[in-house]
Design a protein around this ligand. Structure first.
Ligand code: MLT
Length: 362
């Protein structure tokens, strides 16, 4: 109760399970198994996130044709309503990309099919169908939102171009970001697949589930999850890690001794800060998400000391990439929450006084 509820089992999550030693399994499949079994783009080697979404929602590995149908459907649903474009184009580029992301997703709820159905009195056994429709619309639009944020914040604001219904979700995303290197497109397919879900207790998944339990629509629920992902102990850690490593390099250079590394780590800890990215609430062994990205980097970027993303070096944008991926997992779970008719989540709390009294009584 005072320790972040570490290890307390209190949630159901059907889409994935996290093993402390082995890492994540999506519907029973490990990351290497997903890399092997999920459909790939023509000529590609990495799984398509569309296939992972199908797996998370249905529990089955999709066929190539099923994945192609999702790519097409997401491309067809991708257009943003004008008020969201106008919001994004008017937010100052000094606002953190994650705040822009959550704000755009929040106002997208004007188009929520769940809200319309709920207010017209739909039967509760049908809620999941509208949660599904909103999730499909939202996932389809996320790359457009994210790319608009990128181009407005770091480039001249132009150039995201039109969605191509013959391209997959990740390929359209990289094109809109302004990167058309074939290896980068493959990296994004892999990245967007493996960061989608990390069972139910992490902050973004738990928040999306909690807010959704109040029957807030999928846009509001996911935006809430993204505000959690924006915290430095959760998703923002991938920005913070790079910032810390840059500081380390500036301090010790590229030819450092073990002692210099130890001193720098101690300096961080003794000044009351955390070393970002070290220490996971559940994992006790190397994260398989790291292992497969490291293998990718060793193959495609062997000489880069920090494995930079093909020129996408704006580290305070990285959590937005994480957020686009995380949508696949948390929205799959949200569809199931509504299908299972899960109630509003309302655990009981105690004051310290009440806790002490109940302990004395036992
Ligand atoms: C995640 O992917 O959500 C992070 O590893 C954090 C977590 O699992 O608690």
């Amino acid at each position: 109760m005072y320790g972040g509820m570490r290890g307390i089992k209190g949630l159901i999550c059907e889409t994935s399970v996290l093993d402390p030693d082995e890492g994540i399994r999506f519907r029973g499949l490990s990351i290497p198994e997903c890399q092997k079994l999920l459909p790939k783009a023509d000529g590609g080697n990495e799984p398509l996130p569309e296939g992972l979404f199908w797996l998370l929602v249905t529990g089955d590995v999709p066929t190539d044709a099923q994945v192609k149908a999702i790519s097409k459907e997401w491309a067809e649903r991708a257009e943003l309503p004008p008020h969201v474009v106008s919001l994004l184009n008017n937010i100052p580029n000094t606002v953190h990309p994650m705040s822009q992301f959550a704000a755009a997703v929040t106002v997208l709820n004007s188009d929520s099919k769940f809200v319309k159905a709920y207010s017209s009195g739909v039967h509760k056994t049908k809620y999941w169908e509208y949660a599904y429709e909103d999730s499909m619309d939202l996932i389809a639009k996320l790359p457009v939102i994210a790319a608009t944020i990128y181009r407005n914040t770091y480039k001249d604001g132009s150039g995201i171009g039109a969605i191509d219904t013959s391209k997959d979700w990740s390929h359209n995303f990289t094109t809109m970001l302004g990167y058309d290197n074939a290896d980068f497109i493959e990296l994004m397919r892999l990245y967007l697949t493996i960061h989608s879900d990390h069972e139910g207790g992490n902050v973004s998944a738990h928040t999306t589930h909690l807010v959704g339990s109040a029957l807030s629509d999928p846009y509001l629920s996911f935006a809430a999850g993204m505000n959690g992902l924006a915290g430095p102990l959760h998703g923002l850690a991938n920005q913070e890690v790079l910032v810390w490593l840059e500081k380390l390099r500036a301090s010790v250079g590229d030819k450092y001794t073990e002692q210099q590394l130890k001193d720098f780590i101690w300096k961080t800890l003794k000044s009351g800060q955390v070393v970002p990215g070290y220490g996971h609430a559940v994992l006790r062994k190397t994260d398989p998400r790291y292992t497969c990205q490291r293998e990718f980097a060793l193959k495609h970027l062997p000489n880069d000391p920090l494995f930079k993303y093909y020129g996408l070096k704006e580290s305070n944008y990285y959590t937005v990439l994480f957020g686009v991926s995380r949508a696949l997992g948390v929205l799959s779970s949200l569809i199931w929450d509504r299908a299972l008719g899960l109630p509003i989540e309302r655990p009981k709390s105690l004051s310290t006084d009440g806790l002490m009294k109940s302990l004395k009584a036992t």
